[in-house]
Design a protein. Structure first.
Lengths: 247, 222
């Protein structure tokens, strides 16, 4: 299988980037997208050229590191999928594949396809935890939690912080990420005690980091590898208003 | 902690937008009088218009309406400026039509077209009838200002007919996204409710678009 990669190359945050073409042969349909990029990098090493910088870790769809924009979609042409779970069988022989880094003011480019997503970490630091010391793991059913609530909290907790929501959003809004992290804990009895403070401080940090407002285009929930529903953002809005009244 | 501009500004845009949605229902309902035969329509329309101008309650609502339009426009502009700053560099290739609707991505453009329409619409009617600017409006046989004739005369001009009718298209798209999005911004997050709301928004947008679009044509061909 032969494809032409057009990949964004940028030396550093300050330098100007550009799309560069790389024709590559010897790929198979069973290769993952990241393996195809590995294959390209091996060729670049043999030619003595500088390799393309891109991020990955687990390669099994759970770490959220491998975020890149492929052919006009976050994580490639499929809905709700990470880049590492994308395979070359999703492309045709001879295809041109454009690969760009996440684009957002709050996610500055470090090099090539690697961006700095530490803005997410700083949002987390503002309250995506409970401050009570819990000691060792307690008996699982010590606090009864209805199944519907546990399920809804787990659905929100599934967010892997990949940044596809910000990347795909025309406003670079981090609302889906922040909402998932707020709702996950606010739904549970352990998180309820600090719910108003958590909501206010995490949403405030989201503002401080320079993300945009959510205008409910719905792109984020289509690109989210965990399929986190956009209703989480509406719920965060409700929680924000509640925190202003009762917090 | 201060009000969070990311959420506060959107809340104001949504709240004023939903108020304007209610206003449109009243406005279209009243304008349906124009679809009736001329003798009935003139009498009803002029007396209705008189009631609107004289009722103290409607006066309060009218000021609320002016304020809503201004707040909606100003805050939507602030939200848009901030959002553009958050994404200054666009993708070289972006297939965003595969993950979001056209209307949801173009609310600013659609809103700007509607604002242009509102300014022209106010110059056509409000300025003449309420402010007394331009050509004087005559009285009808019952002693009411003949607002019907103002409308009728305007819609004898094919360019105005086309302008009013075509502008109902961006209005419909704007309302389709605005109604359902506004509820979510104000914190309505019931999943089944939101699915129903999406359908209601579509029906509402269609009724408003077709309703406002058809009236100038009906008056023109009357």
């Amino acid at each position: 299988m032969r494809v032409i990669f057009k990949i964004w190359r940028q030396e550093s945050a300050a330098s100007k980037g550009e799309l560069r073409s790389y024709e590559i042969d010897g790929l198979t349909e069973d290769m993952s997208f990241l393996e195809a990029l590995d294959h390209l990098n091996e060729q670049l090493v043999l030619k003595g050229e500088e390799v393309i910088a891109y991020e990955y870790d687990c390669r099994e769809g759970i770490c959220g590191q491998c975020g890149v924009f492929i052919n006009g979609r976050a994580h490639g042409p499929h809905d709700n999928m990470t880049t590492c779970q994308l395979h070359m069988r999703s492309f045709k022989d001879g295809d041109t594949i454009v690969v760009e880094p996440w684009r957002a003011t709050s996610f500055p480019i470090i090099k090539d396809l690697v961006v700095d997503r530490s803005a997410f970490d700083r949002i987390i630091e503002q309250g995506a935890f409970i401050s009570a010391k819990t000691g060792t793991a307690p008996e699982a059913n010590a606090i009864p939690i209805p199944k519907t609530i546990a399920d809804a909290a787990m659905d929100a907790a599934a967010c892997i912080g990949c940044g596809a929501c910000v990347a795909t959003c025309k406003n670079s809004s981090a609302a889906l990420f922040t909402a998932a992290k707020i709702n996950h804990l606010n739904k549970l009895p352990q998180g309820k005690a600090e719910q108003h403070q958590r909501t206010k401080e995490m949403t405030w940090q989201m503002n401080e980091e320079g993300f945009g407002s959510c205008t409910f285009t719905g792109a984020c929930e289509v690109e989210c590898p965990e399929g986190i529903s956009i209703t989480n953002i509406a719920e965060m809005n409700a929680r924000y208003l509640k925190s202003k009244v009762f917090g | 902690m201060a009000l969070n501009p990311l959420l506060f500004r959107k809340t104001l845009v949504a709240a004023t937008g939903l108020f304007l949605c209610i206003f449109l229902v009243v406005h279209l309902s009243a304008n349906c009088i124009l679809l009736l035969p001329e003798d009935i329509a003139r009498k009803l329309y002029n007396s209705y218009s008189f009631t609107l101008r004289e009722s103290p309650l409607i006066k309060v609502v009218a000021y609320l309406l002016y304020l809503s339009i201004i707040v909606h426009v100003v805050y939507a502009l602030l939200v848009t400026i901030r959002n553009r700053k958050a994404k200054p560099n666009k993708y070289m290739v972006n297939h965003d039509n595969e993950n979001s609707s056209w209307a949801s991505k173009n609310m600013g453009v659609l809103g700007s077209l509607i604002l242009i329409f509102i300014i022209i619409h106010l110059a056509n009617f409000w300025a003449r009838i309420k402010l007394g600017l331009g050509e004087q409006v005559n009285m009808d046989i019952d002693g009411y200002l003949d607002v019907y004739s103002v409308t009728y005369a305007l819609f004898q001009n094919i360019w105005f007919v086309l302008f009013y009718t075509l502008m109902s298209i961006p209005l419909a798209f704007h309302l389709f996204h605005g109604l359902k999005s506004g509820f979510k911004t104000l914190g309505f997050y019931h999943k089944k409710g939101l699915r129903i709301l999406a359908k209601v928004s579509l029906i509402y947008a269609l009724i408003m678009g077709v309703g406002f679009g058809i009236i100038p044509l009906v008056v023109y061909f009357k």
